[in-house]
Ligand binder design. Structure first.
Ligand code: HPA
Length: 244
């Protein structure tokens, strides 16, 4: 039987997974990606901190195409990405975890496809259900076993950033059906679907989105909540890998 392998994309607050990981710089047709390889409970783990090791890349500067391509070319059978998000609904309070069921793309000018021309083949990828049901089921099982409050499926709107949203934008997004808001969940999901690699997103609520709470939103609030959630996040991901 083939060895199991998984790609994990770390968002804000998740810059390292296993201490013994080896860094690889992976050349792709889209540029270089940096991936940390380790083995945990017999599973090969390819960890990619999307903002870089020291969080130097803002959302709009991330090379999403290189990242997804590199994870696939190193042999990841699926990808679990983590995302710090703002919440548009009361029940998804700061500190709570959830899984994503749908996305709404509100980004601009991001390279979001591998299909640059249709000379060889016309390719339109289905996005009806872009998140993998089996990974989501495993997340639900692991979070329930660890008794960690968990919610989903959530609809995520992805904004361009790096600014936060205005309260009017959040009000409009809510009318569209968005329940959480982040800056990096797109185009990762679309690119993974184009490459046919099962993909899921584990969301961590760090704040109520602009105008949902009556306080102005600050970056410190997001960072502080992420720091509080990060040990639990790491533990649950390790348990997820062990159950994979
Ligand atoms: N908006 C966009 N991205 C975010 C937020 C938010 O409120 N919180 C964490 N990432």
């Amino acid at each position: 039987m083939n060895k199991k392998s998984i790609g994990i994309i770390g968002g804000s607050g998740l810059y390292e997974l296993a201490g013994n990981a080896q860094e690889h710089s992976v050349e792709t047709p889209y540029g270089i990606a940096y991936v940390f390889k380790s083995t945990f409970t017999g599973v090969d783990v390819f960890f990619l901190p999307r903002h870089g090791k020291s969080h130097h890349l803002p959302p709009h500067k991330i090379n999403f195409r290189a990242n997804i391509f590199a994870l696939k070319s190193m042999g990841s059978q699926c990808i679990l990405s983590t995302a710090a998000v703002g919440s548009l609904k009361e029940s998804f309070y700061p500190g709570k975890f959830g899984f994503v069921g749908q996305f709404i793309d509100h980004t601009k000018n991001r390279d979001d496809t591998y299909f640059e021309n249709f000379t060889e083949k016309i390719q339109h990828t289905d996005m009806t259900s872009p998140y993998d049901e089996n990974i989501n089921k495993l997340l639900i099982k692991v979070f329930s076993e660890l008794q960690t409050p968990f919610e989903g499926p959530l609809t995520m709107i992805v904004t361009q950033g790096p600014r936060f949203e205005s309260s009017a934008e959040i009000k409009a997004f809510k009318m569209w059906g968005a329940e959480i808001v982040g800056m990096t969940g797109y185009p990762e999901v679309a690119l993974a679907n184009e490459l046919g690699i099962p993909f899921a997103t584990l969301a961590i609520s760090t704040n109520y989105a602009a105008g949902i709470s009556d306080q102005p939103l600050t970056h410190e609030e997001v960072v502080n909540q992420m720091e509080k959630s990060s040990v639990l996040l790491q533990n649950n991901i390790m348990k997820f890998i062990a159950s994979f």
